[in-house]
Design a protein around this ligand. Structure first.
Ligand SMILES: Nc1ncnc2c1ncn2[C@@H]1O[C@H](COP(=O)(O)OP(=O)(O)O)[C@@H](O)[C@H]1O
Ligand SMILES: [Mg+2]
Length: 382
């Protein structure tokens, strides 16, 4: 009896189908680690919830560490981003040389970002970051990247920011300006910033930052069938357990390439087979036995998303579900509801922030999880 190697709802260790992303990220990290360069562009991998963004960012973190880079991983949305980064930097650099200098830089970021409790002075309180915030953040990144090389036997610094769309506007501005200035530094600062966020991250950044060209977005999509197959077979093969072909193909088809569903099916099939061990085989019977539990889990996922939506948002979801599955034009939804498209923007924004819908292209909307449209229809059509 071996515990399931699948990870529904948890970061995936192996990420088949993301080879292109990993290669590109390795390129960025390599230039920092090997050539001591500054990564002037901020790469942000974007996509719907459950597509594998956090898993990719964690993979990038491991790659950075393997290259000898110091890493700081934060999740935006819980406090002022720059100040949260500063706190994590303080943890990272504990025990490094020049501790007092770095500590001072950390405090400067927090004070200038107006974090209460750090110092009596609260800066301006306005929406625009003063040059002092930018300077403080820039100086912190510079000091830590240099200290990493000089005092900690590392090759530079990598900041990783998950849930980028939840970052506060002021921090986004600070980061954008600081990155601009760091790019112009006379001697290169060995640092990089990588992000991951929901599909509407570019909208959020553009609203906060006037010159957002520093940011580079890379959309992530559901997995192709061969990658889904790999995601299902590699973890079991490592434990000496195989899949019957019909069982594997059925799961590949039902999971629809959605990484979370792949993990969920894998996990339930594994359990239905009674936690097999070496020489075990996952069969069609196991898949059929697993289906009920998968349905329960998936329904719970749909239910919790529906529960998060307000009455207004539910109207929008219902109108969306009434159209075809797949991307729906915002215009068509507005028409169905008898309103102007602009009247939808607040509900749409909120649904995107909640990760329930996604904007796959300009003027389009889509449910983030496969099957949600059908679920909404069963709820609302009598
Ligand atoms: N490349 C992949 N192949 C298979 N499963 C994956 C892959 N990437 C992520 N997963 C799984 O998909 C689910 C969502 O992954 P996560 O990284 O949390 O996505 P996101 O951050 O986009 O919401 C998790 O259960 C995770 O284990
Ligand atoms: Mg995530």
């Amino acid at each position: 009896m071996v515990a399931s190697p699948f990870t529904p709802g948890e970061t995936a260790w192996e990420i088949p189908g993301r080879e292109a992303q990993v290669t590109q990220i390795m390129g960025v990290l390599g230039r920092v680690a090997v050539e001591g360069r500054f990564a002037g562009r901020v790469r942000v991998d974007i996509g719907p919830r459950g597509v594998g963004k956090t898993s990719l960012l964690r993979r990038a973190e491991r790659a950075a560490r393997d290259l000898g880079l110091a890493t700081v991983f934060v999740t935006a949305g819980n406090g002022t981003l720059t100040s949260v980064v500063a706190d994590e930097v303080a943890v990272l650099t504990r025990g490094w040389g020049h501790g007092d200098v770095l500590g001072g830089r950390v405090d400067q970021v927090k004070v200038s970002a107006g974090v209460p409790g750090v110092a009596a002075v609260e800066v301006s309180g306005g929406a625009r970051p003063g040059p002092e915030v930018t300077r403080a953040f820039r100086d912190l990144v510079t000091a830590v990247a240099r200290a990493a090389v000089e005092d900690a036997d590392r090759r530079g610094l990598v900041l990783l920011v998950d849930e980028f769309q939840s970052a506060d506007a002021e921090s986004l501005r600070t980061v954008a300006y600081a990155w601009q200035e760091l790019q112009a530094a006379e001697s290169p600062v060995p640092a990089a910033l990588l992000g991951a966020g929901l599909s509407h991250t570019p909208d959020v950044v553009t609203r906060a930052v006037t010159h957002a060209e520093r940011f580079q977005y890379r959309p992530m999509r559901d997995l192709e069938a061969h990658d889904a197959r790999q995601a299902l077979t590699a973890p079991t093969a490592a434990l000496g357990v195989s899949w019957a072909t019909d069982a594997l193909e059925t799961v590949v088809e039902r999971a629809q390439g959605y990484p979370y569903f792949i993990q969920l099916y894998g996990d339930e099939v594994w359990r239905a087979a009674g936690d097999p061990g070496l020489g075990g085989r996952l069969s069609m019977d196991h898949v059929l036995a697993a289906q009920d539990q998968v349905d329960i889990d998936v329904n719970e996922l749909y239910r919790s998303r529906w529960a998060k939506a307000t009455a207004r948002e539910r109207d929008l979801l219902t109108a969306m579900a009434a159209q075809q599955d797949g991307p729906v034009a915002r215009r068509d939804i507005a028409e169905a509801l008898g309103v102007e498209t602009t009247a939808l923007s607040m509900a749409r924004q909120s649904l995107m922030d909640k990760g329930i819908v996604d904007a796959p292209a300009h003027g389009m909307m889509q449910f983030t999880v496969p099957g949600f449209g059908t679920y909404v229809r069963t709820l609302t059509q009598h």
